[in-house]
Design a protein around this ligand. Structure first.
Ligand SMILES: *[C@@H]1O[C@H](CO)[C@@H](O)[C@H](O)[C@H]1NC(C)=O
Ligand SMILES: *[C@@H]1O[C@H](CO)[C@@H](O)[C@H](O)[C@H]1NC(C)=O
Ligand SMILES: *[C@@H]1O[C@H](CO)[C@@H](O)[C@H](O)[C@H]1NC(C)=O
Ligand SMILES: *[C@@H]1O[C@H](CO)[C@@H](O)[C@H](O)[C@H]1NC(C)=O
Ligand SMILES: *[C@@H]1O[C@H](CO)[C@@H](O)[C@H](O)[C@H]1NC(C)=O
Length: 612
């Protein structure tokens, strides 16, 4: 979850170019040499620190969010602290683009300032070269194609608390051109026919694994408490020697991933099929390269394929599979290469219908029949993620809409054929405030329209055990779906490694229950004996009638009055690590709002209605 801080650093660091002149606390010669002429004329607020407690412009123009609520939101979602910095950053970018848009021109001051912000934020400066080299060019590339208004851009990117907006599509950016290239894609659907056949009686078990983030540089005994983003590497400075099996401040070593997979093999009956909701590479994002990312993508998929020989695995693309992590833009050759690799790797995992190859090559989405009557729909969620800066160019990227049309067509056709559908994706639509509202709105409408066809919606990305209601109208207590978010395999950050098994009715394919498993990493390190255990079963844990949307909606309502239940949800969120044990009233109300939100708008409606 914390990965956002790294990107904030990029924004923050570069934004400091603006305040830099005023503070004069960094070598002034550098400043004069690198700051664009145009910049020198701009207004600066004269801040000399990253003091962002200063309420941003957005609060003033967002009458629904009180000052008090604004503070509570900033505490819960630290990215809002960077609102002002983001706005200043966008101003700088605009000036930069018009004076000299080369990366070299931008790099040196950005690195200097990254170091400064990074240290203020409690990270060392050693990651800055890597961060600026990695993300800087993309930020310039994207900005070069837009006319960015600081306030709206920073709201759109969720660095500032968004405004409650009406349902219309966001067209908040001034763009150089409104032309939308037309594309002619095929939406082939295999003519696989549904035949009910003999009535099966055995419950289907479906394993979901998510967010493996394996770290091949994990080093037992290296510092697990360090001054950079990801610890447990030989070359970091710090304290607290890392345990053998893993640490809450680190990604997992291979041997612990192995332990988890071994434990799955002990469970009877074995899974009928497996869902992998993505994110294979580790979080050392200042050290990344295309070569390294693709190598890890390949290693993880090959590993799963090898270890689950004979069981189909249905994957989806995460935000970490690419280089740099979070960025994805299908029109560029690098990402086409990633799509081709995905096709190459994924087709080993399950029988890929021939007509789906184009879709994976286009933008890593597909559909496949698991068995007669049950279909997987896997889609690429990177278009909806605010840390994918390329998504600001979605308006000119035909594959975003192509995928949407494909999803709708797949569901419509499944309905006609009497099939049920499991939707899988990486970033859940209500990963607020990190998703674009437009993604959540699209997804909510789609799922509402096909609620009778969709039996499961499986996501990952947050690393936490969560769920999100699909509420067609956020003010009405009527749910059309529930999104399940499974906790991660990685310990990063604060998690016990986990996986989940759903049990589906063999005829209707409706989920009847799920079992959540975990590895107590503290205990494993202490005893040098890793034992994977069941943490809970959903129906029993939360006293649910069934796993349907109405039952989960009722659970969200019960959380308000039943502290015992809510405490269970908090415990399970981090798979029993105890990471978030203190959650005060504001935190609790907002956490419940998160369970009721599948878009930024529905979340904002919920939090705005809180009596805080
Ligand atoms: C938020 O404010 C807008 C106008 O500023 C108003 O139309 C809307 O009803 C308000 N929403 C809530 C939930 O108070
Ligand atoms: C832009 O900056 C780079 C690096 O400082 C420099 O080499 C180049 O000449 C500049 N270009 C213009 C048009 O000023
Ligand atoms: C670790 O500390 C040494 C000595 O203070 C320093 O030279 C080195 O750059 C540090 N390494 C990192 C990764 O911060
Ligand atoms: C709260 O939930 C727990 C667990 O389901 C249940 O045992 C208890 O009776 C509930 N308490 C109230 C006051 O409803
Ligand atoms: C994990 O193990 C530690 C150490 O044995 C223990 O204190 C803790 O309660 C365990 N956590 C859970 C969720 O059982």
């Amino acid at each position: 979850m914390d990965q956002q801080h790294i990107l904030i650093l990029v924004l923050a660091a570069t934004a400091m170019l603006v305040t830099y002149k005023v503070t004069n606390s960094i070598n002034p010669q550098d400043a004069d040499n690198v700051i664009p002429t145009g910049y020198k004329k701009t207004q600066s607020r004269g801040d000399n620190s990253v003091n962002t407690g200063d309420v941003c412009g957005s609060a003033a123009t967002s009458p629904n969010v009180s000052d008090n609520l604004q503070k509570i939101l900033e505490k819960k979602y630290s990215r809002f602290l960077y609102c002002h910095i983001c706005e200043e950053f966008i101003k700088l970018i605009n000036i930069h683009i018009t004076s000299n848009s080369t990366f070299q021109y931008f790099r040196a001051p950005a690195v200097v300032l990254c170091s400064r912000v990074s240290q203020l934020a409690g990270f060392g400066h050693s990651i800055c070269n890597g961060i600026i080299d990695t993300y800087g060019p993309t930020i310039l590339y994207v900005a070069d194609q837009l006319i960015l208004d600081p306030q709206t851009t920073c709201r759109e990117l969720s660095f500032c608390v968004p405004k409650l907006i009406s349902n219309q599509q966001s067209s908040k950016f001034h763009r150089f051109t409104q032309d939308k290239p037309q594309i002619q894609l095929d939406y082939p659907m295999s003519p696989e026919m549904t035949s009910k056949g003999d009535k099966p009686t055995k419950t289907l078990s479906v394993l979901q694994i998510s967010d493996i983030h394996v770290d091949k540089f994990y080093k037992p005994g290296s510092p697990s408490n360090c001054d950079i983003y990801l610890c447990c590497h030989e070359d970091v400075n710090g304290t607290k020697p890392a345990g053998y099996y893993g640490e809450y401040s680190c990604d997992l070593p291979w041997w612990t991933v192995d332990v988890l997979v071994d434990s799955i093999k002990q469970i009877e009956p074995p899974p009928d099929f497996i869902i992998y909701t993505g994110d294979s590479p580790p979080h050392d994002i200042w050290k990344e390269s295309w070569k390294g990312q693709l190598a890890t993508d390949r290693d993880v998929i090959d590993f799963l394929n090898d270890r689950f020989d004979g069981i189909n695995i249905y994957p989806t693309l995460g935000n970490h599979e690419s280089f740099p992590a979070n960025l994805y833009y299908s029109p560029l050759p690098d990402y086409q290469q990633l799509n081709r690799l995905s096709l190459h790797l994924w087709k080993k995992l399950f029988p890929l219908p021939k007509d789906q190859k184009t879709n994976i090559k286009e933008a890593a989405y597909y559909t496949a029949l698991v068995k007669p009557g049950l279909r997987i729909l896997s889609f690429n969620t990177n278009y909806g993620y605010t840390f994918n800066f390329y998504a600001l160019l979605n308006w000119k990227n035909p594959t975003r809409d192509a995928q949407r049309i494909f999803m709708e067509k797949t569901l419509a056709k499944a309905k006609t054929n009497g099939e049920k559908v499991i939707i899988i994706g990486h970033i859940p639509p209500g990963d607020v405030p990190n998703t674009f509202d437009d993604y959540g709105q699209f997804y909510t409408n789609l799922v509402t329209k096909y609620s009778d066809v969709i039996v499961l919606q499986l996501f990952g990305h947050t690393h936490s055990d969560q769920y999100e209601m699909i509420l067609p109208d956020p003010t009405e207590p009527k749910a059309s779906g529930v999104v399940f978010i499974a906790p991660s395999v990685t310990t990063f950050t604060g998690q016990n490694p986990a996986y989940r098994i759903y049990h589906l009715d063999p005829v209707t394919f409706v989920a009847v229950d799920y079992d959540q498993y975990y590895l107590n990493i503290t205990k494993a390190n202490a005893n040098h004996n890793p034992v994977v255990e069941k943490l809970y079963s959903a129906k029993e844990e939360y006293q649910l009638k069934d796993l349907g949307p109405q039952s989960f909606l009722d659970l969200s309502i019960r959380f308000r009055s039943n502290e015992t239940l809510f405490q269970r949800y908090l415990r399970n969120m981090y798979a029993g690590s105890g990471a978030n044990s203190d959650c005060d009233t504001g935190c609790k109300d907002i956490t419940i709002c998160e369970t009721l939100s599948s878009s930024v708008t529905s979340w904002l409606t919920c939090v705005s209605g809180l009596n805080l």
